[in-house]
Design a protein around this ligand. Structure first.
Ligand code: GLV
Length: 387
């Protein structure tokens, strides 16, 4: 068994274990992938301020997100197709999250359905909604999330249409994978993955198949998003969704100060500063670079979270020091899931937690609540370079 010490170790194991089409699905951005890369490299551009001889005993990473206390301010982001990264992947990730004490967010594009995840877990999870044209489907989706006792609704607002990821088109991404000569040659090298997958009945988009009308090929993510997603989503519609849900609403995919102000106007409880992991508008700035402007615009009036680019506890600390109250990890937990199932998600959370705790200590802080700009050394033009 290799000694796993960081998230990159998990990525390497994941790559060997999981069919190429699902690895590529997770590990890509749209078009030139500039934004996908800069999400990570902009974190690396921020340096930390070392402080010494501060009493380090009694440290805590505990923090509240939308009213609930968690082990650390890190949630598992909604990620499509987790049940293709590992059999029953959403249930495995949700179990790891609840044991660790962080929120799991189930994607609309999951393989395991809302009901299935609820049945197999004991703590409430967050549910992410995409906005589809079919109004009956949407109303039922909200009702299903309520029946499953989801504790927050995450509405993704940056994917009315899908950014083009070249590899998904080239690989013919589908769930389950279509058997072609190419995919079979790859599957032949991923036997443990295939054996596990053969033992589950959960191989289709569980929230969609049998629930949504007008979807001609429900195995193809590309075609059903093109057919079923509502390109006319606007702020009035978001306001309407807000009124359908009586618990916390988190709007995910805000990358601009003006949109952050609008999120406040429609009564969101929190926003996630995100460019969808660089999978939508290639050429957009990284989330971490946009965070300071958004904090200046709304940070004192709404809970601001951040995702896109986090691969370590140091990255989490940097986001918190710039004002975020919460963060989300997507790829960082998917690597663990694909590498080692539930134990791999737990491993990813342990790695990030330890990195956050140790980094906080070496920065001279004992409580994540006290992190601030004073812990960082930023390039002089970090938030002003691109105007
Ligand atoms: C879905 O949200 C995706 O980015 O593929």
């Amino acid at each position: 068994m290799p000694v796993i010490t960081n998230i990159e170790d998990l990525r390497r194991i994941y790559r060997r274990r999981v069919p190429k089409m699902f690895y590529d699905y997770a590990e890509s951005g749209s078009w030139t992938e500039q934004t996908f890369r800069e999400n990570v490299s902009d974190f690396a551009d921020i340096r930390l301020r070392q402080r010494i001889a501060v009493d380090m005993a009694g440290r805590t990473t505990k923090a509240k997100m939308v009213g609930q206390e968690y082990t650390m301010p890190v949630a598992l982001a909604p990620v499509g197709l987790c049940g293709m990264q590992s059999a029953d992947g959403e249930i495995k990730a949700a179990k790891a999250a609840e044991k660790f004490g962080v929120p799991f967010t189930l994607s609309t594009m999951s393989i395991c359905s809302i009901e299935d995840v609820a049945k197999n877990t004991s703590k409430p999870f967050w549910f992410q909604v995409y906005t589809l044209k079919d109004d009956d489907f949407m109303k039922r989706l909200f009702a299903r999330a309520k029946d499953a006792k989801c504790s927050a609704l995450v509405i993704t607002v940056d994917l009315q249409i899908m950014g083009q990821r070249h590899r998904d088109l080239k690989n013919g991404l589908s769930a389950p994978p279509k058997l072609t000569l190419r995919s079979m040659a790859d599957l032949a090298t991923k036997v443990p993955w295939g054996l596990e997958m053969m033992q589950t009945h959960r191989r289709f988009f569980g929230n969609i198949v049998g629930h949504a009308k007008g979807v001609t090929d429900p195995t193809s993510l590309g075609s059903w998003t093109a057919e079923a997603f509502d390109p006319s989503l606007d702020w009035n519609r978001i306001r309407e969704f807000r009124s359908w849900w009586d618990g916390p609403v988190i709007l995910k995919g805000i990358l601009d100060e003006e949109d952050a102000k609008k999120a406040l106007d429609v009564g969101a409880d929190a926003i996630v500063v995100s460019n969808h992991g660089g999978r939508q508008l290639d050429g957009a700035l990284s989330s971490i670079r946009m965070l300071p402007r958004i904090m200046d615009a709304v940070g004192d009036r709404i809970e601001v979270h951040l995702d896109s680019g986090i691969r370590s506890g140091q990255d989490v600390l940097k986001a918190l020091a710039l004002g975020a109250k919460g963060t989300m990890i997507g790829r960082a937990f998917v690597y663990g899931l694909g590498a080692m199932g539930q134990a791999g998600v737990t491993k990813a959370l342990e790695i990030i937690h330890k990195e956050l705790d140790t980094t906080m200590a070496l920065c001279g802080e004992r409580d994540v609540a006290n992190l601030g700009r004073h812990n960082l050394l930023l390039p002089a033009d970090f938030d002003t370079r691109w105007q």
